[in-house]
Design a protein around this ligand. Structure first.
Ligand code: GLU
Length: 281
């Protein structure tokens, strides 16, 4: 049997609500890949969206992981503490001519999308229709000098594999109007900073993984492996959401459930066997 490489994995929840069974599964999967390979499981708090983050939810994350017996190694990385790193990467990408300023409001984009019959959809909604892509540098710079609020969008067509990304993901925002970062930029920089060698996450994010790989290439970051796991659904087949309080781990715990009950509800032995077999393959 070949010795598996020791993997470095992570669980990266956002403290915007109580963790539920879907989060427990994601954390257990990441922990198991690391444990079974003799590697390291890390924790990150994805708290970029500070208007929706709450300290009590972050405390809940620590409490729930402790209850599940999922200990992490190394310091917890909090995205909000690394704005300078994101800003620096944004400058690098600007220097490479890969970004353009976008002055559109949500309403502008919505109106433009509605005017296009069969506007293409991406994993996060309609693809950006591109109003600001064609602005001349002169016009854009004049508007910035006037103090116009703007985001920075990635000109995906210029990336390696850009043609496919143009159709599937479009020109996503890498620097938001209110901060020099976005989910897509932060996630690739954080995974690199934490030395993650296997990113485990839900199948809902599979569609954006090619974008993350292209960003790793242009930012000269080491590329981790990716393993996308199934999403936990309720009895109607709907993906669990943070508003489904009934499946919050804290609620289950208050009702007397044990971590063994959680593993049973998640059909955990099957997933564990799958991870073991993939490590041995
Ligand atoms: N914070 C992200 C989430 O809660 C996970 C980050 C990632 O795996 O890309 O969905």
């Amino acid at each position: 049997m070949p010795m598996p490489a020791a993997l470095v994995t992570r669980f990266a929840p956002s403290p915007t609500g109580e963790l539920h069974l879907g989060h427990a599964f994601a954390a257990m999967v990441a922990h198991e890949w690391a444990r079974a390979s003799g590697g390291i499981f890390r924790l990150r708090i994805d708290d970029l969206d500070h208007t929706r983050c709450r300290p009590q939810y972050e405390e809940g994350i620590y409490r729930d992981l402790a209850w599940l017996g999922l200990g992490w190694q190394g310091p917890v990385r909090r995205q909000s503490a690394h704005m300078n790193d994101y800003a620096a990467a944004l400058e690098t990408l600007k220097g490479q001519g890969l970004l353009y300023p976008c002055f559109c409001t949500r309403a502008d984009i919505q109106a433009e999308v509605q005017a296009i019959a069969g506007a293409p959809q991406g994993p996060e909604g309609p693809l950006y229709p591109g109003a600001c892509r064609g602005l001349s540098a002169q016009v854009a710079m004049a508007r910035i000098a006037d103090g116009a609020r703007h985001a920075w969008r990635l000109d995906v067509a210029r990336l390696p594999g850009g043609e496919a990304l143009t159709r599937s993901i479009g020109d996503v925002v890498l620097g938001r109007k209110e901060m020099p970062a976005s989910y897509h930029l932060a996630v690739v920089l954080d995974d690199a900073a934490q030395g993650i060698t296997l990113v485990t996450r839900g199948q809902d994010l599979e569609a954006v993984t090619p974008l993350h790989m292209a960003l790793q290439t242009v930012l000269c970051l080491r590329r981790p492996g990716y393993a996308h796991h199934r999403l936990i659904t309720d009895e109607r087949g709907q993906r669990l959401a943070k508003r489904d309080g009934a499946r919050a781990l804290s609620t289950l715990r208050a009702q007397g459930a044990t971590p063994a009950d959680v593993r049973r509800m998640l059909d955990w032995p099957a997933m564990q066997a799958l991870i073991t077999s993939r490590l041995e393959a």
